[in-house]
Design a protein around this ligand. Structure first.
Ligand SMILES: [Ca+2]
Ligand SMILES: [Ca+2]
Length: 494
């Protein structure tokens, strides 16, 4: 027998042993089904953010698991929120604050290991369908996922916009209402169909990590008539909107969303569009919930539900008239509070926690739940203690949201503290004032509360990453500059 043959045989034996060991560990790993929803605020059954909202699928998921009732995004905008969640880094640690860049284009960030890549490294088959990263970012790129499903999209659209021309250029996405079409022709329906098909054929001998991202209730809020019928206009309840609510918020609270295509409340009122927007948003939420339901049904039918962790999240919240605006880009609960629900093996059923949680925590939490050691350099904290003991496990760290350099919100169990780049502050007692009407920052009796929250402000605050664009605010000396143009604070358009 030649030495070469011996070595070769030994090699095969070692290789076979390694494969067997890997197979053993693989077989015990749970699958992960991550469902993302775009621009969905707390208007879902489990968070009770709107008294009339109907989301039976999310209710069903919450009944199977744990709802984080005080979960917040890291940035109130698609790209920075998703970049943070998927890379495990705060916006202030990457400088990704705007709708651009795609982080892979930034030399210092290009090698970051994303959540699916981390699972792929540990033997998982990975799939991404619909909106997980912002826009076209990462789509079909080698190494981001094993399988790419359909892109997210609106799907069928009406021949022309359904609402009057909106300010700031009548953006084509700024639209809402119903028109004759079929649910089957919507982008989210197609994404759900893809996910259902994939769940049917997933190999049960290999763990998989599937990300499914829905587009609605992102504008345009188009839904078919049946979803509008759930919310008759006559009985529709509007959110609580306080007149002059911004009289006690600093100028910087305007600077961080200085000019945007999303109409302000004054425009909505002037054009009788507040109720139609609220109704269209609710209809879109119920439609997208039905697509979540289809995916959850497919998971049940696949026979793999018992060994699959499900996590559902939204990338940030949405104002529907509160504090003078529609849209996101603010540091209040309306923009930052998001649904975050986990269900699956070892997670107790029908429980909730009011401990603060961050979308940043999803990365280490999923790793932890899969029995893997979370990477040491991700900035989130595993939520496993809260998942195992939702009512009692304290999370020391508050949830921190960042919008552009040096503007942060710190949300604890009881308070929301906001500090802007120019030092301006807000403080709300969320227990006595859940709508954040009264800014307590100037009241000396809250000095200790402010000091305690200030401790948590991020120490690293990078300037916008190279290639940053869209919704970027920078401060040059005393001058604030929005999207490249100096802000004139006296020329405020409310
Ligand atoms: Ca979004
Ligand atoms: Ca106020």
């Amino acid at each position: 027998m030649s030495a070469r043959f011996l070595l070769c045989s030994l090699g095969i034996l070692l290789w076979a042993g390694a494969v067997a060991a890997a197979d053993d560990s693989r077989a015990s790993r749970p699958n992960v089904l991550m469902i993302a929803i775009d621009d969905l605020n707390d208007w879902v059954g489990p968070l009770r953010g709107h008294p009339q909202v109907q989301t039976p699928a999310m209710d069903r998921l919450a009944a199977r698991g744990v709802t984080f009732a005080n979960a917040h995004c890291q940035s109130p905008l698609c790209n920075p929120s998703r970049t943070s969640l998927m890379t495990g880094r705060r916006p202030s640690s990457t400088g990704v604050y705007g709708l651009a860049p795609w982080f892979r284009k930034v030399p210092e960030l290009s090698d970051l290991e994303t959540l699916p890549q981390y699972f792929a490294k540990h033997g998982y088959h990975t799939e991404i369908g619909g909106k997980i990263y912002h826009g076209p970012y990462g789509r079909q790129e080698q190494g981001e996922a094993d399988v790419w499903g359909p892109a997210a999209g609106v799907g069928v659209k009406p021949p022309k916009k359904l609402i009057p021309p909106t300010p700031m250029g009548n953006h084509p996405l700024m639209d809402w209402g119903t028109f004759p079409h079929r649910d089957e022709d919507k982008g989210d329906y197609k994404v759900a169909s893809w996910a259902c098909d994939q769940l049917q054929v997933q190999d049960s001998s290999e763990p998989w990590f599937m990300s499914v991202g829905f587009f609605l209730p992102h504008v345009p809020c188009y839904a078919t008539q049946k979803w509008f019928d759930l919310y008759p206009l006559e009985s529709l309840e509007l959110p609580s909107i306080l007149a002059n609510d911004r009289s006690d918020t600093p100028d910087s609270s305007w600077f961080i969303h200085w000019t945007l295509p999303e109409p302000r409340t004054s425009w909505l009122r002037k054009h009788d569009q507040l109720k139609p927007l609220v109704r269209a948003y609710l209809a879109s939420v119920s439609f997208v919930d039905s697509q979540v339901g289809r995916v959850l049904d497919a998971l049940e039918e696949s026979g793999q539900a018992e060994n699959t962790i499900v996590v559902l999240w939204s990338d940030h919240g949405y104002h529907l008239g509160e504090k003078g605006i529609s849209g996101k880009n603010s540091l209040w609960d309306r923009s930052t509070r998001v649904p975050l629900i986990f269900a699956g093996p070892s997670i107790p059923q029908d429980r909730r926690t009011g401990q603060p949680a961050e979308l940043l925590d999803i990365y280490p939490t999923l790793a932890d739940l899969a029995g893997l050691t979370p990477p040491s350099d991700v900035e989130g904290i595993s939520l496993k203690p809260q998942l195992l003991d939702p009512e009692n496990a304290i999370r020391q760290r508050p949830a921190i949201t960042t919008h552009n350099q040096n503007n942060h919100a710190v949300r604890s169990v009881r308070y929301r503290y906001i500090r802007y780049a120019d030092g301006a502050e807000e403080l709300y007692d969320m227990q006595t004032d859940p709508n954040e009407y009264e800014n307590l920052a100037g009241d000396p009796q809250y000095a200790d509360v402010i000091a305690a929250h200030k401790e948590w402000l991020p120490l690293i605050n990078l300037p916008p990453a190279p290639g940053s664009a869209h919704r970027i605010l920078v401060k040059d000396g005393e001058q604030f500059i929005w999207e490249g143009k100096p802000i004139d604070p006296d020329n405020r358009w409310e």
